[in-house]
Design a binder for this molecule. Structure first.
Ligand code: GLA
Length: 370
């Protein structure tokens, strides 16, 4: 975890006596969730967990239920952290999310190979998918309330992502995953989750996918809009347009991985690059707030968050949940992706677990005070 102090965010200025909890402010609208990392789940960050207990009524595991973590080898499952995760959620009576069963990323190579390293055929991969879904979902049957069954099956142009799932099983890998998930826990809600949905071709691809599933009688309970956006992009009107387009599917919408990056966009290269590999000028350009967010940038973020929550509230009939991808800025993946070594400030709590002006702005908006 990075330790860059948020110097401009003074505790005294932001800490409001008896500050209301986010989950209470939005209790008539939607669940308010946070993604928890393994340290938090395993008790290493008590301060962050106190915030979670106060402000959030839904949790998502950042990594521990991804295939590579929960099922790293064919006959080995790691359930210690997931068990703790579910126990925490139950203790606090939260809406508990599972993430993610079938994904092209963070899935070990062995999943797609036989014992001699040759690519698996369709039937063998389907059996492996079923065994994984039954084992992981089955363990938490009735306890994890909703699952991201398939993550990111559609490419930027709206066509199928050419993942190993797609290449080996075919288009129906998504329908099959939902079918197995429905059998594994008939009462859990089942979701399709993806990013960049505000881009029209991708949004249309996802709409085609979900309509295709619905036409086959496969029920999709929710569409997850990841919401990895920026302080200045995309425009709010594009965000609203795609909410409306997706809402036409009739499934509940959720923002599943919300964070608003404040750093300049940098296109992902073939792998993550290290900030220290740039010259001084480029480092400054791509990492403008190494020692804390400026007051002006903090205000921009606060305004953007208030606008976004105002929009979400306007469409509260369509949304079941809004989940942040992390509790505080220090844990955010944006500090190390696509450039490692930057300091980003995408969440509502700073690196010391202190509320930021953005939290205050969201609460004021919700209370009709802004
Ligand atoms: C995707 C995944 C998440 C997470 C984020 C960024 O959106 O769904 O699990 O990996 O990327 O870290």
């Amino acid at each position: 975890m990075m330790n860059t102090p948020d110097r401009t965010v003074s505790k005294d200025r932001i800490e409001i006596a008896g500050q209301p909890a986010l989950k209470d402010v939005f209790k008539d609208d939607f669940y308010i969730g946070a993604a928890l990392n393994v340290d938090q789940i395993c008790g290493q960050e008590p301060e962050a967990m106190a915030l979670v207990a106060k402000h959030f009524n839904s949790i998502t595991p950042e990594n521990i239920l991804k295939w590579e973590e929960v099922h790293p080898e064919p006959d080995r499952y790691n359930f210690e952290a997931p068990d703790r995760y579910v126990a925490f959620g139950e203790k606090h009576k939260m809406h508990i999310i599972g993430h993610a069963l079938v994904w092209w990323h963070q899935t070990p190579d062995w999943v797609f190979q036989d014992a001699s390293g040759k690519p698996l055929g369709r039937e063998a991969l389907l059996m492996r998918m079923k065994e994984h879904i039954f084992t992981v979902m089955g363990r938490y049957r009735g306890r994890i309330h909703g699952w991201d069954v398939v993550n990111e099956a559609i490419a930027a142009d709206g066509s199928w992502r050419k993942s190993k799932w797609y290449e080996i099983i075919g288009e129906d890998h998504v329908a099959k995953a939902f079918e197995f998930a429905r059998q594994a826990d008939p009462d859990a809600e089942l979701y399709y989750n993806d990013f960049d949905l505000e881009n029209r071709p991708k949004c249309e691809g996802v709409i085609r996918l979900v309509k295709g599933l619905q036409a086959k009688g496969v029920r999709v309970d929710g569409i997850g809009v990841q919401g990895h956006w920026f302080v200045d992009h995309p425009p709010m009107s594009e965000i609203e347009d795609h909410f409306l387009a997706l809402a036409g599917l009739g499934a509940k919408l959720m923002i599943t991985e919300l964070d608003l990056g404040v750093l300049p966009f940098y296109p992902l290269e073939s792998k993550i690059v290290d900030l220290s590999s740039f010259d001084a000028e480029t480092r400054k350009k791509y990492n403008p707030y190494p020692n804390g967010l400026s007051e002006a940038a903090g205000k921009d973020l606060a305004r953007r968050y208030a606008d976004l929550f105002s929009l979400l509230r306007k469409h509260r009939d369509k949304f079941g949940r809004v989940t942040f991808w992390g509790v505080h800025d220090g844990q955010s993946w944006r500090n190390y992706w696509p450039i490692t070594g930057r300091a980003d400030y995408p969440l509502l709590f700073d690196r010391h677990c202190q509320p930021k002006p953005a939290l205050e702005a969201v609460i004021k908006m919700a209370q009709g005070k802004s």
